[in-house]
Design a protein around this ligand. Sequence first.
Ligand code: SF4
Ligand code: SF4
Length: 396
Amino acid sequence: MTCPPEDAAPVDPAPILARCRELGFALAGVAHLAPSRYADHVRAWIASGRHGTMTYLADDLETRLSPAALLPGARAAIVVADRYAPRGGAMPSAPEAPECPAPRIPARIARYAQGRDYHDIVKRRLHALSDELRALRPGAEFRTCVDSAPIMERELAERAGLGWIGKHTLLIHPEFGSWFLLGVVLTTLELRTSDTPVPDHCGSCTRCIDACPTGCITPWSVDASRCIAYLTIERREPIPPDLSAHLGEWLFGCDVCQEVCPHNSARSGAWREAHPEPMHPGYASRADAIDALDVLAWTASDRASARLNEATRRAKLALIQRNAAHIVGGALNGNHGARARARLEALAGDPGTPHLVRDAARRALASSGRPEPKARCADTPNAGTARQAPPPPASS
Ligand code: SF4
Ligand code: SF4
């Protein structure tokens, strides 16, 4: 990679973007750092409490709305997108994925968390990119952001021409869909920014809104406090009963709104040959689901030795078992109902069980696995455009 001389501003980013693709990123672009155009929407979203218990979103709000504030003298953002799943079909399996019997009561893991920890995968390559750029432009500053800084990655990706923000608030590329994790390098280099936004292709589609188990999507806004990704990962408290009844099989995250999106549907072999889809091997799946009954029996050392995906390690054992208790509670009338009931009763009656798990076990028993009617939230179109719930993934 070569960089143009320092006095040639703004700098043509083509060599930098080419290097991003050499590093395996599927998409790369450059965004300007003007304050967020969604500021009013995001402030209203926070004011309405849709960020749930993620108070850091409110604390960092003004910084989050002004990306240039994160690096003194910042002039542009290099934005990259890593594909972590193919369109349609199953995830590729990691070579080290253990051979396991089918789970008795499946507890599903969102696709972005089925492989190695995306923070490491994305950050390592962005640090390498920054180091190379520093060597070429010693006076320039760089700051890498992968879910670690208050920044609206999706809006920057949209500005950089990587895709449009769908009604489910995730970035969608017209060819590759939405299975992306985003990373950003802020820089004081004055780079020429991308000026060609990708048009919105959602049209009249409402599949993600109709399919969302908790009814938390209104067009271009997600009530994160009701989103399963938030409930299963970020919420450290008991899950409200009207929402726990809709967790289904989700143990860590939720992919429903992306699974139903037509832009993620399978394509023919000829299409795939014409569109080689770079995907880092680290995202290959180690397990897409584990046994919820096993999870309820885990000790801390069981959990540490389980071949669980690295990205799920951020969730404490009690939180994972709280989620598993709700999943098992939804299976009380199934094939393994007797075993499920016995396990929940043991947890509910054991004073040594962490409160979070005992509470979930008791409530799961009380609900007897009867699903409640589909939850709906108040219809508030355009209340916000950035899903500030967990990753999205990503950072997504
Ligand atoms: S991740 Fe699941 S719960 Fe959250 S918005 Fe999408 S479908 Fe709804
Ligand atoms: S499911 Fe339909 S409305 Fe939702 S993001 Fe995809 S194209 Fe847009």
